[in-house]
Design a protein around this ligand. Structure first.
Ligand code: ADE
Length: 229
């Protein structure tokens, strides 16, 4: 089974509408829809924004469904000038850019317990995502995705994150999904379509471009599921 998690309804509903044989399970405030998509067994959920929402949803999904892999999909701000609006960023690893226990001797962004700064994404899943995105004619980048509990909309904020982890994209859930997956030995993939430049115009661009950007990720996920049959 493949798990798919997005933060917002708009990041998930396009896929959910195409599922068949669906069965809904609720636990806490998380709602899981299991069923078939493109011939594959999938379970889908909207986790809500932010790292805690994402980690709780991922953990619950793993406990309930024991998926072989979990994909975090959705939109993101660009983390680098090489990455434009509607480009796709596929995570090689994710970093919690707002994690900082450096005053007590740890490196910046170090996540204790799992003992990592860069939380890895699965290589074969990344390759499958890239092939699917390129087959859909979408410009793709692979690299670090920075996750934190802020919507990034200014040069100062973005530059501070860039100084920490040189990301290609900034968003609010990927590293938390990867963290929960890592703790359970579940493969993780992160696929993000860029909706804004995380700059002073981000709050204007995001509502204009997010819907189409989310739809781009749905095309890629469906293409990948079909190719995995
Ligand atoms: N998701 C989409 N755009 C974002 C931004 N600028 N910051 C954080 N998360 C985002």
């Amino acid at each position: 089974m493949i798990g798919i998690i997005g933060a917002m309804v708009s990041e998930i509903e396009g896929l959910q509408q195409e599922m068949t044989d669906t069965e809904i399970t609720e636990t806490g405030m998380n709602v899981f829809t299991a069923g078939k998509l493109c011939g594959r067994d999938v379970v889908i959920s909207v986790c809500g924004p932010g790292k805690v929402n994402a980690a709780l949803c991922t953990q619950a999904m793993i406990m309930l469904y024991r998926p072989d892999m979990i994909l975090n999909i959705g939109v993101a701000g660009s983390g680098d000038k090489s990455v434009g609006i509607f480009d796709m960023v596929i995570g090689t690893a994710a970093v919690q850019h707002d994690m900082d226990t450096s005053p007590i001797g740890d490196p910046v962004c170090y996540v204790s317990r799992i003992g990592l700064i860069e939380i890895p994404c699965d290589d074969s899943l990344r390759k499958n995502l890239r092939e699917a995105a390129e087959a859909e004619g979408i410009r793709c980048h692979e690299g670090i995705i920075a996750t934190g509990d802020q919507f990034i909309c200014g040069a100062e904020q973005k530059n501070a994150i860039r100084a920490r982890c040189t990301p290609l994209a900034v968003e609010m859930e990927g590293a938390a999904v990867a963290h929960a997956c890592y703790m359970h030995g579940v493969k993780c993939g992160i696929l993000r379509s860029v909706s804004d430049n995380a700059d002073g115009k981000a709050e204007v661009d995001y509502p204009v471009f997010a819907e189409r950007a989310a739809a781009e990720t749905h095309r890629v996920v469906k293409r990948m599921l079909e190719s995995m049959l």
